[in-house]
Write a protein that binds this ligand. Sequence first.
Ligand code: FAD
Length: 565
Amino acid sequence: MTYEAPVKDMMFNITHIAPNPGELEMAAAVLEEFGRFCAEEIALLNASGDREGSRCDQGLVHTPVGFREAYAKYLEMGWQGLSHPSEFGGQDLPRAVGAAAGEILNAANMSFALCPLLTDGAIEALRHFGSPQMKQTYLPKLVSGTWTGTMNLTEPQAGSDLALLRSRAEAQEDGTYRITGTKIYITYGEHDLAENIIHLVLARTPSAPKGIKGISLFLVPKFLVSADGTLGQRNAIRCQSIEHKLGVRASPTCVMEFEGATGFLIGTENAGLEYMFTMMNAARFAVGVQGVAVGERAYQQALAYAKTRLQGRPVDGSAEGAIAIIHHPDVRRMLAHMRATTEACRALAAFAAGWQDTPDVAMAEFLVPLVKGFCTEMSVQTASLGVQIHGGMGFIEETGAAQHYRDARILPIYEGTTAIQANDLLGRKTLRDGGATAGRIAAMIAQTEVALQQGSPTAQEISARLGSARRDFQAVVAHLLAASTNEAYAGAVPYLMLAGNLVAGWQMARAVLVAEAALARGEDRDFMSAKIATARFYAHHILTETGLQRSRVIDGAASLLDAVF
Ligand SMILES: Cc1cc2nc3c(=O)[nH]c(=O)nc-3n(C[C@H](O)[C@H](O)[C@H](O)COP(=O)(O)OP(=O)(O)OC[C@H]3O[C@@H](n4cnc5c(N)ncnc54)[C@H](O)[C@@H]3O)c2cc1C
């Protein structure tokens, strides 16, 4: 099954949905070219990489056949630097364009894309908090992709709860630190794609306070880097083993031993978690985009299958023989659900990416858990529908539908589970500012409702659904602000799903305004009509779920807290 990058839809979002679109002259050409490259070079390795997996042999990790060559081409063409600063060799493209490129790479091959994704996170952390010398030494190599980055948070006893981490960092006389400890589940912690691996590692100094206030962030390179930038001695870091997994099997997930490795403090001691949040926000957003990606890939595959699989007669008796299953109402329901969810999540991600290029930090940060939590949860549903559309063939590995489902399943888990995203949305981003950012979003949505009321009957119908979902959101926010802590957190995940659904549905509604105006000018009839049809489906079939979420948050907390096990 081939993959075709949905560049037209991406450009629609980048141009009309993302606030502050920035300089877009080159964007479409870049995305077209990247889409071609990914389809030809990376997508073809998706199924074979999944079958073969990575291998660990005495501490050395070998990626599947073809990955090294594909990565070399990825570097040659400078793709890693797309939305990174030109100061370090990047191309400075807006975040929304970077997000679209991330979607393309992940749709082509999520296991492959994880390596660049983590490098992006390391770049983000170093850009913000690295010393000038660190930036000069490491950023150009990371931005070019010559070296890759990792994120070393998790330990056997410290997953969601980083307060429990134990890795030690002891200051040395020369200003470096000796890092000792075991990190688990480290994506691309060791591999054969790049010359060097730059680990960003959370650890504690001996005098550090307990809990999250005593965590520091260190840069620990696989090979130490000499003053002239050449690679020196191998650092005391070992990949002990790699995990056998449900999905993303081609990407190595490593158990890493730091055995007194030389590390360099980033920023100041005990401020590591704050720095890591910058990296995590970038990585969490990118994982949300992975959800869009796998949804799109699963949709393209299911659509192609539904057009060719002949089975059953039409319910209205309009044909004698078996018809392609796409004509059955229920298969249409599943395909439309996959498409609407994926387009809405793509629009949500573009919207969120656009805010990241503005100074409005509160808005940008509010949207990150929505992108991560909502888009990834929905991607599992979408990939599951993809399996369902294939019938028995969906359960058989050879079609690829099963792989998308297996790959999607990690997305609501890593980079903070959905519950952790929901706690973040509720605690740090809603309660802390007394609902101010949530209120600003509701006010902007109300403006869209008014604008839609001036449009076609379809636009008015969407306006009504959007208004109803917006009122569900406002009622839930008001309830959460007044609820006891236990009651509020009992509703955290339904609140996240409500907010994600609403903000994604809002972007589809905004798209209707753009599409109706374009149609009135006689522009791009097919694309714009399809956009309106998809938005209408979303409003009826998905946005309406906010009522259910509202009930779960407001009426359901007590029964949840009283549940018996
Ligand atoms: C394939 C893969 C790749 C990964 N890559 C990396 C990587 O590169 N770097 C890295 O550092 N880590 C990585 N991880 C680790 C990943 O981030 C963690 O698995 C994840 O954060 C969850 O932690 P945990 O597995 O310990 O689960 P736990 O924290 O034990 O969670 C178990 C369950 O309890 C729930 N729970 C826990 N705490 C709370 C709470 N406060 N409120 C509500 N519910 C809660 C969770 O939502 C979950 O349902 C990776 C994991 C996998 C599987």
